[in-house]
Design a protein around this ligand. Structure first.
Ligand SMILES: C[S@@+](CC[C@H](N)C(=O)[O-])C[C@H]1O[C@@H](n2cnc3c(N)ncnc32)[C@H](O)[C@@H]1O
Length: 283
């Protein structure tokens, strides 16, 4: 296939990426929505191999694409996911969510496991999640919290939270989760007003991307020194690395990533897992 000259970046990316989707795999729907970085690499490999051609004006300003390697192979993604020890309750939740609208929003199994391990490594007892959806990442965290632990779970969608609460109950963790229905910014401000500053060990940020800077400032007050803020979707399906993509949301994530890179209040690490997760450790 060759698309020459007039095609805009999003158009050819959409065409090529739709051809890369692999809904027949065990992780089909999750992969489609959450393996953006690998798809982006794959796209670049397609371009490199001459399967597609970028618009000439754009091509002149682009850095050389990376050499084709195993990251171009969706089998690597499948292999990684097959290495996850996903508890049955989480698998059930993922499968139920996969039948719902917006299912691609849930974190991938390896991300859920990664979050859980961060909680365990830190010995975290008090956590916050901004953006619960049907509860996959919340449940992954709650399952490993000690019995005395607490997760404040914020979302504005009553319907999504109903699914999450069903699984918190099934997983026997309801007593550890404080569900907060409403706009996350209000909930975080309320936590601060009620003496929450510096009282949380770990926060996971996975809600509306344009609001990340505001959430981050509040979470930075809420977590203790040495506490962690984990930010999801920082690669935004690979588009942050594509200079041709300049839509508002991509640019806001790019700007936020650059801001984190320079923020001396934290230690910072952008991890290429799922759609990209940044680890921000409060100094
Ligand atoms: C990407 S999903 C979260 C996925 C979840 N972490 C998981 O693993 O399944 C984003 C969620 O943020 C919620 N959200 C978006 N904007 C919000 C806001 N302003 N306040 C509260 N929740 C919001 C949406 O309702 C949605 O459920």
């Amino acid at each position: 296939m060759a698309i020459v000259g007039t095609a805009n970046a999003c158009l050819w990316r959409g065409i090529v990426l739709s051809g890369l989707r692999n809904p027949g795999t065990p992780f089909g729907r999750v992969q489609v929505a959450k393996c953006g970085q690998q798809r982006f690499h794959k796209l670049q490999c397609f371009a490199e191999q001459g399967h597609i051609e970028q618009p000439k004006s754009a091509r002149a300003n682009l850095p050389a694409p990376p050499k084709a390697n195993e990251l171009c192979d969706s089998r690597v993604i499948q292999y990684v996911q097959a290495q996850v020890r996903e508890p049955e309750i989480l698998r059930n939740l993922r499968e139920e969510t996969n039948k719902m609208h917006g299912s691609g929003m849930q974190v991938t199994p390896d991300q859920g496991q990664f979050l859980a391990m961060l909680v365990q490594l830190m010995g975290a007892e008090r956590c916050i999640e901004v953006g619960v959806f049907t509860g996959y990442s919340s449940l992954a965290v709650a399952l490993v919290l000690p019995d005395s632990g607490c997760l404040v779970a914020c979302d504005r969608s009553e319907a999504s939270l109903a699914v999450a609460q069903k699984y918190f109950k099934l997983g026997g963790v309801s007593h550890k989760v404080s569900v907060r229905l409403g706009m996350a910014i209000d909930t975080l401000n309320e936590l601060l007003e009620h003496g929450g500053a510096g009282r949380y060990d770990l926060a996971f940020l996975d809600a509306d991307k344009m609001m990340y800077p505001q959430y981050y400032e509040l979470l930075l007050q809420l977590v203790r020194p040495g506490g962690l803020i984990v930010v999801d979707n920082v690669l935004w399906h690979g588009t942050v690395a594509d200079p041709l993509v300049v839509d508002k949301r991509t640019q806001s994530i790019r700007d936020f990533n650059d801001f984190l890179l320079r923020d001396s209040r934290i230690d910072y690490n952008l991890v290429s897992i799922g759609d990209g997760m940044s680890l921000c450790r409060k100094r």
